[in-house]
Design a protein around this ligand. Structure first.
Ligand SMILES: NC(=O)c1ccc[n+]([C@@H]2O[C@H](COP(=O)([O-])OP(=O)(O)OC[C@H]3O[C@@H](n4cnc5c(N)ncnc54)[C@H](O)[C@@H]3O)[C@@H](O)[C@H]2O)c1
Ligand SMILES: [Zn+2]
Length: 313
């Protein structure tokens, strides 16, 4: 299964890898993570009589890996798959940790399962053809990883030229943050893995609300907004300034999509549990000091207003 754009750009390489096996291409992007796409993929697996003695090779970004991994993981209760992430986001995040899934009724990742690939083969050469905007979206998830890790990685990111591709070394270090966390908490049973949702509580709100507009935000762009707004909730002022500066340098402080507070709240509460008027989510006490904590809807609304008034261009 290959992202259509990737297949066009990297045909000789992908053809060499698949060694005569049939190729199923699909259009990348968030729309790929849908039931109709999953149905199409299952149908192909049925046509090709795929069984457990074979494996599916997934070549693409997070969208393709999420939907393709989900189809492989559910076909005949699971056939092996190998992931070849082709985007910055996928190489440091989406390909790692075994979460697969699709969106449903406007909600992100509502249907899915955990399934580990046989292998993840990360070839950074793929990133050379990535559009600038996708590279920027990758830096958003990179900043999230560095916020969780803190220390030397945070310092490295502050110095990194964010308009360029990451170095091989940095790419590996960023991927290691995700691997390290996912390995310790593979099924998100402890709060550790839940910390990877930093910036995603409000990030998913902006992603959902912008999907209805003409110019939807990319997942990473939405997460960048979420990171700063959620940082505003709990970070000491000097750390907040550092984060603000870094996101600005990366060109990630996009304006919020137009929204009504009613839709905002609906998107916020879509798949989350509220206990005593509070939402449990990752917050930052400092750079490298994330913890899960209860946050009121009112505080999230205040952070949203602050971003709209003080931050966005
Ligand atoms: N499962 C997880 O743990 C996890 C983690 C993070 C993100 N995700 C998901 O990943 C998705 C985002 O993934 P993404 O950012 O990789 O985007 P994507 O897969 O949608 O790809 C983005 C665009 O880049 C194109 N593309 C891909 N590789 C390319 C290349 N090498 N050269 C040129 N163009 C290329 C695609 O065709 C697409 O148009 C979101 O749905 C998000 O929820 C999942
Ligand atoms: Zn993400």
């Amino acid at each position: 299964m290959c992202d259509g754009k990737v297949y066009t750009l990297w045909k000789p390489l992908v053809d060499r890898l698949r060694q005569g096996s049939p190729v199923i291409t699909l259009t990348g992007g968030e729309e790929a993570k849908s039931l109709p796409t999953a149905r199409r993929l299952w149908k192909k697996l049925w046509q090709y009589r795929l069984d457990k003695g074979q494996a599916v090779l997934l070549v693409g970004g997070g969208s393709l890996l999420d939907v393709g991994g989900f189809c492989a993981a559910t076909w005949k209760r699971g056939v092996p798959f190998i992931s070849l992430p082709t985007t910055f986001v996928a190489q440091i995040d989406a390909a790692i940790g075994g979460k697969t899934g699709i969106n449903f009724k406007g909600g992100k990742n509502l249907i899915g399962t955990y399934a580990q690939p046989l292998a993840i083969l990360s070839y950074e050469g793929f990133l050379k053809t990535l559009p600038v905007r996708e590279v920027r979206a990758g830096w958003a998830e990179a900043i999230k990883h560095a916020l969780l890790a803190g220390g030397a990685l945070w310092e490295k990111l502050k110095r990194a030229p964010l308009s360029e591709l990451p170095t091989t070394e940095l790419l590996a270090e960023l991927a290691a943050v995700k691997t390290h966390i996912a390995r310790q908490d593979p099924y998100e049973e402890k709060s550790l893995r839940f910390l990877l949702n930093l910036g995603h509580t409000l990030g998913h709100v902006w992603e959902t609300l912008s999907l209805r507009t003409e110019n939807p935000l990319l997942h990473g762009e939405a997460v960048a907004i979420g990171l700063l707004q959620e940082g505003y909730l709990s970070l000491p002022p000097s750390d907040l300034q550092e984060l603000w500066k870094l996101l600005q340098k990366a060109g990630l402080l996009n304006p919020l999509p137009p929204f009504s507070w009613k839709d905002w709240e609906k998107a916020l509460l879509q798949d989350k549990k509220i206990r005593e008027g509070k939402l449990w989510m990752p917050v930052l006490r400092g750079i490298g000091q994330a913890e899960v904590s209860p946050v009121s809807i009112e505080a999230l609304r205040k952070a949203t207003r602050w971003y709209r008034q003080e931050v966005q261009p």
